[in-house]
Design a protein around this ligand. Structure first.
Ligand code: C2E
Ligand code: MG
Ligand code: MG
Ligand code: MG
Length: 280
């Protein structure tokens, strides 16, 4: 019972080629998981300007096709039953890579990992996260799981129940792409998430669209009244930042501050004590 639309059964040469390409790409991935690498995009506290965490973004360094983004291969991994394997590899690599990293002020660096709804619904998922935390001796309070509400989770109650153990040990949940998918407010009510990530589609036109400003500002009051935080994704301009400061948004992430970086670059970047408000 997977909530994905199957491939279109139309015999056009284009659709057929696409299908073949998808199939080849997926079997390539299955055989070369070691070609997956991670990028890390810093996240900042807007009030203090400090870098407080990173989001892990998977990349596929394909030997012939070059770097392939997750938007291309994650949906294939989901469709062809490979997402559990990919997710487990991302989790392992991410925890081992970031274990010893700290914020520029020497605090524990939080690490946010994207989890597909399909993985999330797998009854074995919480146990695998626990095992990964133990294997890497990684403090659970540093781990955040980002869940996209882009696919329906019919058994949300049961999923949440199974995650209780992890949540009680300090693992945090975030609702990714907030406002764009199914059942946003059901997620807010039932998921025990502590963070809403407002999608860049709302953030991108903050400066010239009053509707976006209203939506973001409502997300922030909703979060405030529930003791949650809002992180604005995809911040690119000074004007967007100014509006977010005005609305008392808690956290930001975007090209304005830092692009996703591979590990060696991230390590060097953290050492240079980055901040949103650089010292004069
Ligand atoms: P997301 O979790 O919403 O991640 C944010 C995406 O926005 C990333 O794209 C990031 O590079 C991009 N971004 C960040 N700041 C800016 C900005 O200022 N402007 C613009 N235009 N874009 C910005 P990316 O890395 O291509 O990831 C796309 C999506 O793929 C992610 O969306 C996430 O849903 C998924 N994804 C990434 N890594 C994983 C993973 O390990 N597992 C799973 N299941 N999904 C993943
Ligand atoms: Mg995310
Ligand atoms: Mg997002
Ligand atoms: Mg997104």
């Amino acid at each position: 019972d997977i909530d994905v639309c199957g491939p279109l059964h139309v015999f056009s040469p284009g659709a057929h080629m696409q299908h073949l390409n998808d199939y080849r790409l997926t079997s390539d991935l299955r055989e070369h998981l070691e070609e997956l690498d991670l990028a890390f995009q810093p996240q900042f506290d807007l009030a203090s300007g400090e870098a407080v965490g990173v989001e892990v973004l998977v990349r596929w360094d394909h030997p012939e096709l070059g770097t392939i983004g997750p938007g291309r291969f994650i949906p294939l991994a989901e469709q062809y039953g490979l997402i559990g394997t990919v997710g487990a590899r991302v989790m392992d690599t991410a925890l081992s890579a970031t274990r010893d990293l700290v914020t520029p002020n020497g605090k524990p660096l939080s690490v946010a990992i994207n989890v597909s709804a399909q993985e999330f619904r797998d009854p074995g998922f919480p146990e695998r996260v626990s095992e990964a935390l133990a294997r890497h001796d990684f403090a659970p309070e540093r781990l955040e799981l980002e869940i996209t509400e882009s696919s329906r989770v019919p058994d949300l109650d049961r999923v949440v129940e199974r995650l209780t153990g992890l949540i009680e040990r300090g693992v945090r949940l975030a609702i990714d792409d907030f406002g764009t998918g199914f059942a946003s407010l059901l997620y807010v009510r039932d998921l025990r998430a502590c963070r809403l990530k407002v999608d860049q589609r709302f953030v991108g036109s903050l400066d010239h669209d009053a509707r976006d400003r209203a939506i973001v500002s409502h997300a922030i009051s909703l979060a405030d009244s529930l003791g949650m935080e809002v992180l604005a994704e995809g911040v690119e301009t000074a004007e967007q930042e100014r509006l977010l400061v005005e609305m008392d948004c808690h956290l930001v992430q975007g090209f304005r501050y830092a692009r996703p970086k591979r590990l060696p670059e991230l390590v060097g970047w953290l050492k240079r004590k980055p901040s949103i408000h650089p010292c004069p």
